[in-house]
Design a protein around this ligand. Structure first.
Ligand code: KG4
Ligand code: ZN
Length: 342
């Protein structure tokens, strides 16, 4: 009997994680693996694009081989290969797309370019029981993006608000650097903030008194800078970190509430690296409970970049009949230009 293959291999190389995942249409996520380049970039205090691309070249194929071996998946089990086509660092994207296209060509299966943010956005649907169903509001908070998105149907995205300058994750990273907390800053700052006093430092919550759903986080970083003395003690660093985190969480919660009230939507789906933040998860959960809304988050290991979300988004797109697409990777790509997923 010749059963149709149902597994999609996902490849993610848009920034500093080399990541792969295998998603089976009926059995769900079979597995995912990633290699983080954190150590490689740490001494530079941020991602060095050329080093990122070179390391993807070294790590990607062994990681594909390892995951397929662990999950006992052979090329003939694969329906297709989904890879991140953009947005991201162009050299890093080139590695993932070239490897995906080459493997797909030699295994005679489709290779499909997936939008990185659609991957993030759909990650909370991957393993939730019950999973959120459109229409819903999505808050996407990552290192490169801060977006409020109305999702009337899968694959249809309307941006309601976005950051005018720094993304939330970027604000976490830059503030952590300012406080001497190293790289990557978001998780480090959140860890230190756990022991901080939320009442000691009060920062102005950016743009909450203006109408609309846009964000701005670069001024907050400047507010923090003005408070840090030349030689701060560890408690002061923890208190400043907590004050910063509270301000960010408040601002995001206020804008989510406004967007849900304006649209009449009752489900909030949070995604992207910053959705791993414990204070943010708690605040949005409490707010949603009080208002009678539902809130969904990805599992912690699928908040930051991973190959599972790319395999999942690719699997949904392949199931609708989308086939090979050899278009080159793109550093910028509008989420609103995607084809609906039905
Ligand atoms: O989604 P992601 O892995 O990569 C991009 O697509 O940008 O997000 C990475 C961002 C980084 O800025 C990182 O500092 C932030 O997510 N991040 C966090 C936490 N974990 C990761 N920020 C705050 N709290 C966390 N626990
Ligand atoms: Zn990402």
């Amino acid at each position: 009997m010749n059963l149709a293959p149902l597994t999609t291999l996902g490849i993610e190389t848009s920034c500093d994680e080399t990541a792969v995942g295998l998603y089976h249409r009926e059995r769900g996520l079979l597995g995912h693996r990633l290699f983080s380049q954190t150590e490689l970039h740490a001494e530079h205090g941020g991602v060095v694009p050329e080093l990122a691309s070179r390391d993807h070249v070294r790590k990607l194929l062994p990681l594909v081989r390892q995951l397929m071996g662990e999950c006992a998946i052979t090329p003939s089990d694969l329906k297709g290969i989904a890879y991140t086509r953009g947005p991201g660092l162009i050299g890093a994207l080139m590695v993932g797309s070239t490897v995906a296209q080459t493997l797909a060509w030699s295994w005679q299966i489709p290779a499909l370019g997936v939008h990185h943010l659609e991957g993030h956005l759909l990650a909370p649907l991957l393993s939730q029981e019950p999973a959120p169903k459109p229409p819903f509001l999505s808050l996407l908070v990552s290192g490169g993006h801060t977006l409020l998105i109305e999702v009337p149907a899968l694959g249809e995205y309307r941006i309601l608000g976005e950051t005018l300058d720094d993304a939330v994750g970027e604000a976490f990273d830059k503030t952590a650097k300012l406080l001497g907390l190293g790289y990557p800053g978001g998780p480090a700052l959140a860890r230190v903030a756990e022991t901080g006093d939320p009442a000691r430092f009060k920062f102005t919550r950016p743009m909450i008194n203006r109408p609309g759903l846009d964000f701005s986080f670069s001024g907050l970083k400047t507010q923090v800078r003005s408070q840090v003395p030349a030689d701060p003690d560890p408690q002061m660093i923890a208190d400043i970190a907590r004050g910063f985190e509270e301000t960010v969480v408040d601002t995001l919660a206020i804008k989510c509430k406004r967007a849900l009230q304006q649209t009449g939507l009752t489900q909030l789906v949070v995604a992207g690296g910053v959705s791993a933040n414990r204070q943010l998860r708690q605040r949005l959960t409490t707010m949603s409970r009080e208002q009678g809304w539902q809130v969904y988050f990805p599992p912690l290991d699928l908040c930051t970049d991973n190959g599972a979300m790319i395999a999942f988004a690719g699997s949904l797109r392949l199931a609708t009949g989308e086939s090979s697409d050899a278009s080159p990777p793109v550093a910028r790509w509008s989420l609103e230009s995607l084809k609906p997923l039905n």
